[in-house]
Design a protein around this ligand. Structure first.
Ligand SMILES: [Zn+2]
Length: 275
C-alpha cells in the first residue's frame, strides 16, 4: 500500500511527464535494495503517428543473472495522462492507484521478500514496462491504442536472452481492488494453459474468494500479448472489472486493499518457488 501511495505522489506518471521519470527512479532505487544483481534500463524512442518522438524506458531487474532458466514477472508503470472516463472532470490528472501503481507495488514487495528467502530454482527477471497506455497515454481511451514497451522488449529479446528464451512470463495489472476477482484471460489460456492452471490453483488455496475459475468473456490486450507473440508462454493477472472507478479520478488508494495485494503477492511468491 505504501508503494502505491508513494507512486501517487508523482502523478501524473504518463510518458513525457516529470512524474514518469520520478517513477523510473523510484523503481530503480527500490530494486537496488533487493537481491536483484542487475538493474538495467532499456531506452528507446518511438515516433507516434502525429510526429512526436517519445522517449521510453523499460526497467529490468535480474535475479541470479547467471541462471540459464529465466522467468519473467512484469507489469507496466506508465499511467494514463488524464482521467478521460471521469464524468465530472475528464481532464483531471489520472491518479492510477489500481491502474498502474498496483502492479508495480506487487513486484517491488515481491522483490523485497524474495531477497529474504533461499534462492529460487529459476532466475527471475522483473520487468517494469513503459508505454502500456499507448502513444497518447490514454489506454483504452485511444482508438489507436497499442502497447509500446513490451513489443519493443519482445522485438529485442536477444539483448537479454542471447541463448535461450525465458520459460514463461506472468504480467500483473489492476490487482489492488478491494473487491478483487481474478479471472483467467482467454489469450493467456491459449498461450500458457498449464501456467494459468498452476497460478490459479495456488491462488485458490490462498484466497479462494479472489481467484475465480470462469475465464473472462473477452480477451484483454496487455503486456503479455507481445511476449506471447514471440513464443514465450505468457499470462495476465488482472481484475478488469473496476467500475465505476476505471480510468477516472476515483482510482485512488482507498479503493485498494492490503488483503488483495497480499493475496496476489503470496500467490506469486508460491508460484515462483514451486517447481
Ligand atoms: Zn494497466
Amino acid at each position: 500500500m505504501e508503494h502505491i501511495a508513494d507512486q501517487l505522489r508523482f502523478t501524473p506518471r504518463a510518458i513525457e511527464t516529470p512524474g514518469h521519470q520520478q517513477t523510473i527512479d523510484y523503481i530503480k532505487s527500490a530494486m537496488a535494495k533487493t537481491a536483484a544483481e542487475v538493474v538495467k534500463t532499456q531506452n528507446f524512442a518511438f515516433k507516434s503517428d502525429d510526429g512526436r518522438v517519445l522517449r521510453l524506458t523499460n526497467v529490468i531487474a535480474r535475479f541470479q543473472p547467471q541462471n540459464p532458466r529465466r522467468v519473467i514477472v512484469a507489469t507496466h508503470y506508465d499511467s494514463i495522462i488524464h482521467a478521460y472516463r471521469d464524468a465530472n472532470n475528464p481532464k483531471a490528472p489520472m491518479p492510477g492507484a489500481n491502474n498502474s501503481a498496483s502492479g508495480v507495488a506487487v513486484l517491488l514487495e515481491t522483490a523485497r521478500v524474495l531477497s529474504l528467502l533461499p534462492k529460487a530454482e529459476v532466475g527471475i527477471d522483473m520487468i517494469f514496462f513503459d508505454g502500456e497506455e499507448g502513444p497518447r497515454a490514454l489506454g483504452a481511451g485511444d482508438p489507436m491504442w497499442r502497447a509500446l514497451g513490451s513489443p519493443h522488449f519482445a522485438a529485442n529479446l536477444k539483448e537479454y536472452y542471447p541463448d535461450r528464451k525465458p520459460e514463461k512470463a506472468v504480467v500483473f495489472d489492476m490487482v489492488c481492488d478491494k473487491d478483487l476477482a481474478l479471472m483467467p484471460e482467454p489469450m493467456s489460456l491459449r498461450s500458457a494453459p498449464a501456467e494459468v492452471k498452476k497460478f490459479w490453483s495456488i491462488g485458490q488455496s490462498i484466497a479462494p474468494q479472489a481467484f475465480l475459475t470462469k475465464p473472462t468473456a473477452y480477451p484483454i490486450s496487455d503486456d503479455h500479448t507481445a511476449l506471447a507473440q514471440v513464443g514465450i508462454p505468457s499470462f495476465l493477472v488482472i481484475d478488469f472489472d473496476y467500475e465505476p472507478h476505471f480510468n477516472t479520478t476515483q482510482d485512488t488508494l482507498d479503493k485498494c486493499s492490503a488483503d488483495s495485494l497480499q493475496a496476489v503477492g503470496r500467490t506469486l511468491l508460491k508460484y515462483l518457488l514451486t517447481p
